[in-house]
Design a protein around this ligand. Structure first.
Ligand SMILES: [Zn+2]
Ligand SMILES: [Zn+2]
Length: 637
């Protein structure tokens, strides 16, 4: 912007400028970002145009903060990006584009993004010559900031930015991208469009004064604000007088995670401790148990533990929930898998020094470094271990990872995306933990698991194949020269053993399909769904599936090779769908193995289903089932 222009604008007066839509959107977005106490506490400044003065990050207008590189009155505006939204410098000033139009939520995002660069230590104030980050460092830092913002839920990124970001610290990402190149989607995911959004300047504050420590200010503010928010939300402070209400030891322990242990703080903030002696007695809960789906930790309030022990107990249950131990066990023995998870979780908590382990819980240093699955395999091979009744926090011989909530809940009130909640909570915790030098190292296995959770979810067909792998036994073909191999014709001189599946194998290795043919299912999606089933069956030698077509009533199609299901589908009528009779038919069929899983393919416009065996749903993306599904739901895209 030229001086003449600026002078002209200045002449129009503030009131008029504040009324234009671009300014209104910016102000609304900025105000929203500043509602976040941790961002506000950074004491940064946000500048938008020359000549109108700075807006301090706490929202107040006024003279620049002490040590500001230039006076707001000079109208210096060259540091705003040419096309993007904003850029931050190491003086703690966010330079917003003076005229650009954007949605308020996008401004909120841009301001938060810039302030997080400060808070994450990407723009430290320092004297002397500065070296700007190279494009790899820049991209990695923006990616880490965006990853955190996804979990922070502040504002909305501009269109075209990725929804997922890879795990790892900014140093690791930068190193990887320097070696392999920056993936296109992460190249320009900052707030300044295609330009760098962080500018390092030499600090020239008064000699003898220390430059501000943005990172420390942010860390302290985050801790303070999270614990204050938690106290008010949990009714710990009287809202009128602000006086603290005395708390129970487990409440203090949960609060400690939120305020002082960022790794699990995000998870802790979303969990409820249900302290009900009667409930604990009725469900044999000696000390504690957890239900991940409800986000509830059940404890026995009659148990006397120190604050340190309660921390250990709650940390133990939160890790079970956040790492999805209930869902990960698959077809394994639930109790033994629970025991394996306890060994792993307790080992980590001891290594991290979280609280004190109450006596009697499981710990074996020889299992250090193993994953829950690996520990399970060892336990499963050790009959002596299996004969002993080992203790979880729930008690001897009982698992503390519950399969369902103990307090009946309204299904409509269930978490819509529980995976997302735990995934984001842990990822955010890891981000905060790793950037605090005083926190110490985390167990490598735990970091690995959190990073694995943070990876973008597998596509539905890959997850469906995994589900099949877990629940459909593999057929063992018999090799025999009595049957020619399929490839025999290619090499007539060399006898090749053919493979065939004895009838008893075919009977054992199968799955059921209940297919909604009521006509409302999109043909393309149905084709994709059946195609995925067919290619799985082909790859894993599943000779045939037991198929029932359903609309107003079930039609038993018997065993069909998976490749033939698509050809047999007839849209029979539009008279509503009743899938339960189809499920019942399979469950009663003499020729269908008791252990075989059932896959229900429906558009969701169906009756409420009860399936008593292992089962899953295949539904179009965007469709919802009229009940809370117990089995996994795969969404076809
Ligand atoms: Zn950035
Ligand atoms: Zn446990």
């Amino acid at each position: 912007m030229s001086r003449t222009n600026r002078a002209g604008r200045r002449g129009k007066g503030k009131a008029e400028r504040r009324d234009d839509p671009a300014t209104r959107a910016f102000s609304a977005g900025l105000a929203k970002a500043m509602q976040n106490p941790a961002l506000r506490a950074l004491d940064a400044r946000v500048l938008r145009t020359g000549g109108t003065g700075g807006t301090r990050a706490d929202g107040s207008r006024g003279a620049g903060a002490a040590g500001a590189v230039y006076s707001a009155d000079t109208g210096e505006n060259s540091r705003a990006p040419a096309h993007g939204l904003a850029r931050v410098d190491s003086y703690g000033t966010v330079h917003a584009h003076p005229t650009r139009r954007a949605e308020p939520a996008e401004w909120t995002w841009a301001v938060a993004h810039c302030l997080l660069h400060l808070g994450f230590g990407h723009a430290p104030a320092a004297r002397g010559e500065r070296t700007q980050p190279d494009r790899y460092e820049q991209a990695a830092r923006c990616a880490v900031v965006n990853r955190f913002l996804v979990s922070f839920g502040t504002g909305r990124p501009p269109a075209g930015l990725p929804e997922q970001y890879p795990g790892g610290t900014e140093e690791e990402l930068a190193a990887r991208w320097r070696r392999d190149g920056i993936p296109a989607e992460y190249e320009h995911c900052g707030a300044a469009g295609g330009e760098p959004d962080v500018l390092l300047l030499p600090w020239d504050g008064w000699p003898g004064t220390a430059p501000p420590d943005w990172q420390q200010a942010f860390a302290h503010a985050l801790t303070r604000t999270m614990s204050a928010a938690m106290e008010v939300a949990g009714g710990r402070r009287d809202s009128l007088t602000g006086a603290r209400v005395p708390r129970r030891p487990w409440e203090r322990a949960l609060e400690w995670f939120v305020s002082s242990y960022p790794l699990l703080g995000g998870v802790a903030a979303g969990m409820t401790v249900v302290a009900d002696a009667e409930l604990a007695r009725a469900h044999d809960i000696s000390v504690a148990a957890v239900d991940a789906a409800a986000g509830e930790i059940y404890i026995n309030p009659l148990k006397d533990h120190t604050d340190e022990e309660w921390r250990f107990i709650l940390g133990h249950e939160m890790l079970h929930a956040a790492l999805r131990h209930g869902e990960r066990r698959g077809a394994r023995d639930p109790y033994l898998f629970n025991i394996a998870a306890d060994f792993v979780v307790n080992g980590w908590l001891l290594e991290m020094g979280v609280g004190e382990m109450p006596p009697g819980l499981l710990y074996d240093p020889r299992l250090a470094g193993l994953s829950t699955e690996e520990v399970y395999d060892r336990l499963a091979a050790d009959l002596r271990v299996q004969r002993r009744r080992l203790a979880t926090p729930r008690g001897r011989g009982l698992g503390d990872v519950l399969g369902e909530p103990l307090v009946p809940r309204d299904p409509a009130a269930a978490y819509t995306d529980l995976d997302e909640f735990y995934r984001r909570g842990l990822q955010r915790g890891l981000d905060l933990h790793e950037r605090d030098p005083d926190r110490g190292l985390l167990p490598a296995g735990l970091v690995e698991e959190i990073r694995a959770l943070a990876q973008p979810p597998l596509p539905w067909d890959a997850r469906l194949a995994r589900w099949f792998d877990e629940f459909v036994p593999r057929a063992e073909p018999v090799r025999t020269f009595a049957r020619p191999a399929r490839r025999q014709a290619a090499t007539p001189d060399i006898p090749r053993a053919g493979r065939y599946f004895p009838p008893e194998e075919i009977a054992r290795c199968t799955f059921g399909v209940v297919l909604d043919t009521s006509g409302s299912m999109n043909r393309t999606l149905l084709g994709k769904a059946l195609g995925a089933i067919a290619s799985y069956a082909e790859a894993r030698d599943v000779p045939a599936a037991r198929v029932v077509f359903c609309d107003a009533r079930p039609y038993d199609a018997g065993y069909l090779p998976a490749t033939e299901i698509a050809g047999r589908v007839r849209v029979r009528g539009r008279g509503g769908t009743e899938l339960q009779p189809g499920v019942d038919l399979l469950e009663r069929a003499d020729d269908f193995p008791r252990a075989a899983p059932v896959l229900v393919i429906t558009d969701g416009r169906c009756d409420v289903l009860r399936v008593r065996r292992e089962h899953a749903y295949l539904v179009p993306a965007g469709a919802s089932l009229p009940f809370v599904a117990r089995g996994p739901v795969f969404r076809v895209r």
